[in-house]
Design a protein around this ligand. Sequence first.
Ligand code: ATR
Length: 279
Amino acid sequence: MLTAKAAVAGVMGWPVGHSRSPRLHGWWLDRYGIDGAYIPLAVPPGRVAEAVRALPALGLRGANVTVPHKEAVIAACDQVDPVARRIGAVNTLVVAEDGTIEGRNTDGFGFMENLRADRPDWRAGAGPAVVLGAGGAARAILVALADAGAPEIRLLNRTRDRAETLAAELGGPVRVLPWEERAFALDGAALVVNTTTQGMGGQPALDLDLGRLPPAALVTDIVYTPLHTPLLKAAMERGNPVVDGLGMLLHQARPGFEAWFGRVPEVTPELRRFVLEGL
Ligand code: ATR
């Protein structure tokens, strides 16, 4: 039940009606009996700075930020944490007691936590990682993998220029390979990550021959509709371990919930089922 003391947070997007976050945070609020609310905030492009600056004035604890605002909100924050700065995008806003607004990015955290939760023995340092795609999600994953100690990250994107720009910005272990050579890029890999939209419902499957992939390599996809993309199915058929993309969505939400509502939320099979039902 909500009282006049309820803690309130939300998600800013445009359109925001597709966001899974209200269902997810709402489940945790119910489960933990917290006097709080998590609401959709439909913020049109061009009004995002105004919306961010209004958070403390409205007494909101903060917000998640989704498409298309993740980059634009940076300029409206009082502080931006170093990871979000390197990724160049913010997905979580936290209003401090003094009313200042901090921007964070938890997408890379969500990605790593999903792998760790599903495959506790997996280590980023185990061998080369292959990342397909060079959009916003790829940026967060590249930063997370580099920070976790991946010795080499092979980045491949249909439009090579985007991959080159990303690699030049991020440096470290990121190395660009031609999209046409993606089957060969799998040689000796310990991890394969699809961050492209290929394999999503209504899209063609990612065109990738797994023949050269070592049998122990972990395969993951950020697409979670369907949960088992053609890539994950092909990997399972040849016996590779796989992790689906739903957990990344669930785990990226944890730090915001903790900051706004003061409780570390859990990702459980029950929560997975509940969020899946709403997809
Ligand atoms: P996001 O920011 O959510 O990651 P995005 O910026 O639209 O999304 O990126 C989508 C990714 O899917 C890009 O890497 C895109 O490749 P391009 O940079 O060449 O556009 C990739 N992608 C989309 N359609 C593709 C296709 N048919 N084949 C291969 N890659 C594709």
